[in-house]
Design a protein around this ligand. Structure first.
Ligand SMILES: Cc1cc2nc3c(=O)[nH]c(=O)nc-3n(C[C@H](O)[C@H](O)[C@H](O)COP(=O)(O)O)c2cc1C
Length: 338
């Protein structure tokens, strides 16, 4: 937290989520959670270096002027990770994060993601190269409490000690193991049991390190309590699927008013008008907003409009305004009837 920044952004972060936390999603989450740290989808170092840079960093792209966006990188080659950071630097990310938690097969075959928890010395070399490339920007690590039959007590402490020795000051821990054989990435986000106590022990064993906690945090009360107990909370699915819960979590943690759903939706229509100037289709923006009105009368119509009517190439940002008016009218008529 600096004099210019009234928020401690690390207290609440929205997790990196492939195919979900693209720049349009982050523009939306930024309105709901003005002070939160927002992570990009994971981008591999190789993808940034070879070719598709425009498309990839376009997708991961910082929304202009946003100073609280973390670029998550995937990779295990120190030189390539450093090169990727050099290439990404002009985009103005606040921090860089190394993915040591993702269990997908594709990621394992490239020898990065969660399988790197078994190779802390290699992660340390990656981190040293990344820190040199990042200059004064922080480099952080997102990992699990362990993998497969690794002893999560001994294994996680050894991992943290070795990687912290290379200069990492902040770890984000998804509080469950990754089981690398036999579970799909999706199953690996729900079947291995959550163990928040293991993350608390890590925090207590390494009091000089920042330790943020992630995994299964779904209510405002839990998020606020854990944000007090740890360096911060990272919220994934709950933030994406229930955006208004994200707004309420951010308000509780950062101590500001909860952002209004209708104002947010109308601001997204303005955002869409600007974003669509480069050929972006409306659906690429509205697909992230389907859960915004959950629990309100008219929520079903909102979802339908934003998913079906937003699909044609001709769909325009006014659609968001019409859908917002419809939910607001439904809420007002219910209030009058009550
Ligand atoms: C659709 C989806 C994509 C994900 N992609 C990534 C990713 O690119 N990098 C990463 O570190 N974790 C990824 N994750 C894991 C999340 O960052 C987070 O650790 C996990 O969902 C647990 O948090 P939650 O219970 O709050 O959702 C993804 C999760 C989901 C649901």
């Amino acid at each position: 937290m600096t004099a210019q920044d009234p928020f401690n952004a690390h207290k609440i972060a929205v997790a990196p989520m492939m195919d979900w936390t693209d720049r349009h999603c982050r523009a939306f989450h930024r309105l709901l959670a003005p002070g939160a740290m927002l992570y990009t989808e994971m981008v591999t170092a190789d993808a940034i270096i070879h070719g598709q840079r425009e498309r990839l960093l376009g997708g991961a792209h910082v929304v202009a002027g946003d100073t609280r966006v973390v670029l998550q990188l995937g990779g295990s080659d120190p030189d390539r990770l450093a090169e990727a950071i050099h290439l990404a630097e002009p985009l103005g990310y606040a921090e860089y994060n190394l993915n040591v938690g993702c269990p997908s097969d594709r990621v394992q075959s490239g020898r990065f993601g969660a399988c790197l928890m078994a190779e802390p010395e290699l992660v340390a070399r990656c981190i040293e190269a990344m820190i040199t490339a990042a200059g004064d920007k922080p480099v952080t690590v997102k990992c699990r409490i362990g993998i497969d039959d690794m002893d999560p007590e001994e294994g996680l402490n050894r991992f943290a000690e070795t990687v912290a020795g290379a200069g990492v000051r902040h770890f984000i821990i998804h509080a469950r193991k990754a089981w690398l054989n036999g579970l799909s990435p999706k199953e690996n986000r729900s079947i291995p049991p959550l163990d928040y106590d293991r993350v608390a022990r890590l925090r207590d064993d390494f009091p000089h390190l920042g330790i943020s906690i992630n995994g299964g945090i779904a209510t405002v009360e839990d998020a606020a309590a854990m944000a007090d107990d740890f360096t911060g909370v990272m919220i994934g699915r709950a933030a994406y699927q229930h955006p208004y819960t994200l707004a309420r979590m951010a308000a509780a943690i950062h101590g500001h008013d909860t952002k209004d759903r209708f104002e947010t939706a109308r601001a997204m229509a303005d955002y869409a008008a600007t974003a669509m100037a480069d050929g972006t289709r409306l659906i690429a923006i509205t697909r992230h907003m389907l859960g915004l009105m959950a629990g309100l009368p008219g929520a079903r119509g909102w979802r339908r409009t934003l998913s079906e009517e937003a699909r044609p190439d001709t769909a325009s940002p006014e659609l968001i305004l019409h859908a917002t008016d419809a939910v607001e009218a439904a809420v007002n008529s219910r209030t009058l009837a009550a």
